[in-house]
Design a protein around this ligand. Structure first.
Ligand code: ADP
Ligand code: MG
Length: 572
């Protein structure tokens, strides 16, 4: 049987595409600039094999020209241009990507820089424009053509005059409606922001004429002394000076060689990207060329963002594909316990969905995320080892998050985090890691001891710690709610069990006789106390653990007194 071809209602399809693919209207500029960059790239690749073409970098740029009066926005490039046939094919057939074809035809293995692939980005112009006009001259043709369309109705093509090779795309920006305002798309400041946001790392200059208010130069008066009064009366005069400026930074810092970058370069990037107002304590620059290729620059901030421990805080890294911003906060790239990390990831290996705002598959992303997680962990361990003071600063801000990380998801991440948490030590009088604790343990010590309380001072004075402290054993002080919960999830560290100093069995050998003697001698007293306190405590008995204090509480089961307090505070 002969196969029949699907037909598509192209008008409907176009409308659907224009109005339902993208979540932000401003994306149109990213798409048109990406196309312009691709067009220049094509000349660049051509020049590699065609000796008749020379590629002089200064001749290649993209220019953005807003005009409030005529309410137009023009995106011009000095790229490869299009022939009449190419106009028909590339802009007349929806979902036809000339750029994808170019990559295939030229077998560009290293042509990752070419961005286009879906053949729909161009039409996003209709989100903001009533009429789109394309004036283009191909490098392979002496004639220039004008393609024009009002959207779903179709398009016209006719021959026009154009001197230079390249393409101008002229958008007639829509009039404002009751719900929508389009003025921003002819506003030079707003346009600069959009370019910075999405297209900062396009490899070619994106230029714009910027009018700046400047102080008018005053001619020097030779006899300044004599007419002092006159001078003071004079108001400073301003004038507008128009200058062509390059808006984008072009070379992304993450593609630069690490050896050529200074701490200051990274800090500037951190500030420029508005990751924070602080000076990050560490940057991590990653370039991976393995199963998945990516570059990343990550920062460990110094201070807690004001909303960090609230629901408002959104974790995530910026995600770029070949230098073009895809997602502002890709949360899948960071585990919750490292949610304080700021930065960006750029990869050419992502399979994007058609809007290029999301990813198609998360396999590559998962690989990248895992890789990043390990790098952060390693970096934190290094700081802990090599720059303790810095680590303590960091831990003051984000230690709580790490401890929550141990506890959350039933301890699924405890292996990753147990070496990063620290607690105050009774003997060292400072924060110590579990590993350091274990290292110091005398052979006869069976457990890792901890005591809970409101503050280090309080715990220090509490009778419960006496016996263990007297033995010379180190005790970890838990002063935060999360501490004991985290440790309960850990259960052990390097095969050593955690033990609360209030536990019944402390694993410490005692003189048996003394205990028995006390039991006999004060038998009546204990009977009395037990009957009086019978509804308050389970039992009153002679204690083995007290040295200088007359009395203390202890617990029988798994739950310590402090934990019980917290659990009682929780809503049912
Ligand atoms: P994509 O970029 O994904 O291929 P677009 O809809 O953005 O899809 O563009 C369709 C095609 O039109 C491109 O592949 C390219 O061949 C052509 N094109 C668009 N803009 C330009 C331009 N400024 N210069 C040359 N060709 C262009
Ligand atoms: Mg495109």
């Amino acid at each position: 049987m002969a196969k029949r071809q699907f037909k598509a209602e192209s008008k409907r399809l176009l409308e659907l595409m224009i109005n339902s693919i993208y979540t932000h209207k401003e994306i149109f500029l990213r798409e048109l600039i990406s196309n312009a960059s691709d067009a220049i790239d094509k000349i660049y690749y051509r020049a590699l094999t065609d000796e008749n073409i020379s590629f002089n970098k200064d001749d290649y740029y993209i220019k953005i020209t807003p005009d409030k009066e005529s309410r137009t926005l023009t995106i011009s490039d000095t790229g490869i241009g299009m022939t009449k046939e190419e106009l028909e094919k590339n802009l007349g057939v929806i979902a036809k990507s000339g750029s994808l074809a170019f990559k295939k035809e030229n077998e560009l293995k290293d042509g990752h820089d070419i961005i286009g692939q879906f053949g729909v980005g161009f039409y996003s112009a209709f989100m903001v424009a009533d009429v789109v006009t394309v004036i283009t001259k191909s490098i392979d043709s002496d004639e220039a053509f004008k393609w024009e369309s009002k959207g779903a109705d179709g398009y016209t093509i006719k021959a026009v005059e154009k001197d230079t090779v390249g393409t101008d795309i002229i958008l007639k920006i829509k009039d404002n409606t009751e719900d929508e305002n389009y003025d921003e798309f002819v506003d030079e400041y707003r346009l600069q922001n959009i370019i910075k946001k999405y297209s900062d790392f396009i490899r070619y200059p994106i230029k714009m004429d910027i009018a700046e208010r400047k102080l008018k130069e005053q001619p020097e008066t030779p006899a300044a002394e004599d007419n002092k009064d006159e001078q003071q009366d004079k108001q400073p005069e301003y004038e507008y000076v128009v200058e062509e400026k390059t808006i984008n930074s072009m070379v992304p810092i993450w593609r630069k060689n690490k050896n050529e970058l200074t701490d200051e370069d990274y800090h500037n990037f951190y500030a420029e990207k508005h990751y924070g107002f602080d000076k990050p304590i560490k940057h991590i620059h990653i370039s991976v060329d393995g199963a998945v290729r990516y570059n990343a620059i990550l920062f460990i901030p110094e201070t807690i963002p004001f909303d960090y421990y609230t629901k408002e805080y959104e974790k995530g890294l910026e995600l770029y594909s070949s230098g073009v911003l895809i997602m502002e906060k890709c949360s899948d790239l960071l585990p919750d316990y490292f949610s304080f990390v700021k930065g960006m990831v750029d990869s050419e290996d992502l399979s994007l969905n058609i809007s290029r705002e999301m990813l198609q598959h998360d396999r590559q992303l998962k690989l990248i995320a895992k890789n990043i997680k390990n790098k952060i962990k390693k970096e934190l361990q290094t700081i802990m080892k090599d720059d303790r003071e810095k680590y303590e600063e960091f831990f003051k801000s984000f230690g709580r998050q790490l401890k929550f990380g141990v506890y959350n998801e039933f301890g699924r991440h405890k292996e990753d985090l147990q070496d990063l948490v620290m607690f105050y030590s009774s003997t060292e009088k400072k924060l110590v890691s579990l590993d350091e604790y274990i290292e110091r343990m005398p052979e006869e010590q069976k457990y890792i001891y901890y005591a809970t309380g409101e503050s280090n001072e309080r715990i220090e004075k509490s009778p419960q710690t006496e016996l263990v402290a007297d033995k010379g054993f180190e005790i970890l002080y838990f002063t935060e709610d999360i501490d004991e919960f985290a440790i309960k999830v850990l259960r052990t560290y390097k095969d050593k069990e955690f033990k609360s100093v209030t536990a019944g069995d402390l694993g410490i050998e005692q003189e048996q006789d003394k205990d028995d003697k006390a039991k006999e001698e004060y038998k009546e007293l204990f009977e009395q106390m037990n009957s009086i306190l019978s509804d308050k405590v389970k039992e009153v008995r002679a204690s083995k653990r007290l040295k200088t204090h007359p009395v203390c509480f202890s617990t029988d089961g798994e739950v310590t007194i402090e934990m019980e307090k917290i659990l009682n505070q929780m809503p049912d």
